[in-house]
Design a protein around this ligand. Structure first.
Ligand SMILES: O=C(O)C1=C[C@@H](OP(=O)(O)O)[C@@H](O)[C@H](O)C1
Ligand SMILES: C=C(OP(=O)(O)O)C(=O)O
Length: 428
């Protein structure tokens, strides 16, 4: 396997970065634009492979979508404008695409087949196929609809009340898309609040959704209208540079236009509790998605316990938080994060295996990990295992290493942050 040599022994990181668009919001902007009536213009769209796959799927469903760099124009013709695809819908590596798309297709009176890459083939789909079947969709798939390939024939849906068995914004959003098309009202109860981009976007497109704590209600047969969406920077991408700036000496990094939706800012709460030197300037608290600038400086950090309701607010940041914890004095315990096992890789296993190779003191538990700091990282040969967040975490880890580090499967980063290595090198 080919590997690239990573920059090690980095003395400091300094400068300013405009973080690329948020992945979750970029996916949803295409989906809502496609099912709304009229034109939707999206700016600062994320050009990651996952979001480009979402565009390709909707093109196959008959939607006219034009793109010039980070600007996308979607010519929506409403839900009834979607057409039976003549080709298989390939979501690539993207769990968000397949789960949300199934919710849209659940109410469409035609047949579609969905596949993805090897990683998608291992990720659980019953969490969406079961409630969508209860609403009225006909879904077939490997192991009775647990895994891709999946086929779906949508049609008439009846609203229902559904208690989510897992805290998952993807499952919630899938059911909201189906609920938009169902007769009556669909009620979703979340065990813990998860990212609310779908709810915010329904309103942005002129629809109605009622939110009462962890209970979300949506009426069926709503019509949405095309709009303009400016996608803020992805805090999950910013997280790599927040951690890099905190753990490397003599560093100061300014990250501009970062999304600060409170359902996504768990990383900032954790870094503050660990003692990080973070300053936030919020721009537009009232915007449909708030954003601001963040300055991070080299910090003296201490270990903490991360558990409970904060987990969904930082679920994708746990790999980089694990690295942060290797540079904090004392023990960091991460609990209640079973969901890590069903991401692009089993992120408990991949984080522990790869950081152990670099000399970290880290141990896997059933629902998270325990990290003892502060460690001097050494070097070695590591792999992203095809998981973008593991690849980027390892590149930041390498900057702390004293010996050579080689990374296999670095191209995974194209899923969510194609300019990651350029950004990292621009700060050195
Ligand atoms: O709704 C979304 O955009 C996402 C929700 C989360 O997944 P789950 O819903 O499976 O927790 C997250 O891990 C994923 O990266 C994006
Ligand atoms: C889990 C992730 O994405 P998805 O579920 O969309 O593949 C992620 O980006 O970390």
């Amino acid at each position: 396997m080919e590997a690239i040599q990573l920059h090690t022994n980095v003395k400091s990181l300094n400068g300013e970065l405009a973080i690329p668009g948020d992945k979750s919001i970029s996916h949803r902007s295409i989906m809502f634009g496609a099912i709304a009536e009229g034109e939707t213009t999206v700016t600062n769209f994320l050009l990651g492979d996952d979001c480009l796959n979402t565009i390709e799927c909707f093109k196959k469903l008959g939607v006219l979508i034009e793109r010039e760099d980070e600007k996308v124009i979607i010519h929506g013709k409403g839900l009834d404008g979607l057409q039976e695809p003549a080709d298989i819908l390939d979501v690539g590596n993207s769990g968000t695409t397949i789960r949300l798309l199934l919710g849209i297709l659940a109410g469409r009176p035609f047949h579609s087949v969905l596949i993805g890459d090897q990683s998608i083939g291992k990720r659980p789909m019953t969490r969406v196929t079961q409630p969508l079947r209860s609403l009225g969709a006909v879904i077939h798939g490997r192991k009775n609809g647990e895994f891709t390939p999946l086929s779906i024939k949508g049609g008439h849906l009846e609203g229902m009340e559904y208690q989510l068995p897992v805290a998952s914004a993807q499952v919630k959003s899938s059911i909201l898309f189906a609920g938009l098309q169902a007769s009556g009202t669909t009620t979703i109860i979340e065990p813990v609040k998860t990212r609310d981009h779908t709810e915010r976007m329904i309103r942005q497109f002129g629809g109605e959704v009622e939110i009462n704590g962890q209970t979300i209600q949506i009426k069926g047969n709503q019509k949405l209208t095309g709009t303009s969406i400016h996608v803020p920077g992805d805090i999950s991408s910013a997280a790599f540079f927040l951690v890099a700036g905190a753990v490397l000496p003599n560093s100061e990094i300014k990250l501009t236009n970062v999304g600060l939706n409170p359902t996504r800012t768990g990383i900032i709460d954790v870094m503050n509790e660990m003692g990080a030197d973070i300053t936030i300037t919020q721009h537009n608290e009232d915007a449909f998605e708030p954003s601001g600038d963040i300055v991070i400086k080299s910090s003296v950090l201490k270990g903490i316990t991360i558990e409970g309701n904060i987990i969904p607010r930082l679920i994708d940041e746990i790999p980089i938080i694990a690295l942060l914890a290797t540079q904090a004095e004392g023990k960091t315990i991460i609990k209640d994060a079973h969901e890590l096992k069903v991401k692009e890789t089993n992120r408990i296993d991949t984080v522990v295996a790869e950081l152990t190779k670099l000399g970290a003191d880290i141990e896997a538990t059933d629902d998270g990990m325990i990290i003892n700091g502060k460690s001097n990282l050494t070097g070695g040969s590591v792999s992203s295992h095809g998981d973008h967040r593991i690849g980027m975490m390892l590149a930041i880890a390498a900057s702390l290493c004293k010996e050579d580090v080689y990374l296999e499967k670095e191209d995974a980063i194209y899923v969510s942050y194609p300019s990651f290595f350029d950004h990292l090198h621009s700060l050195t």
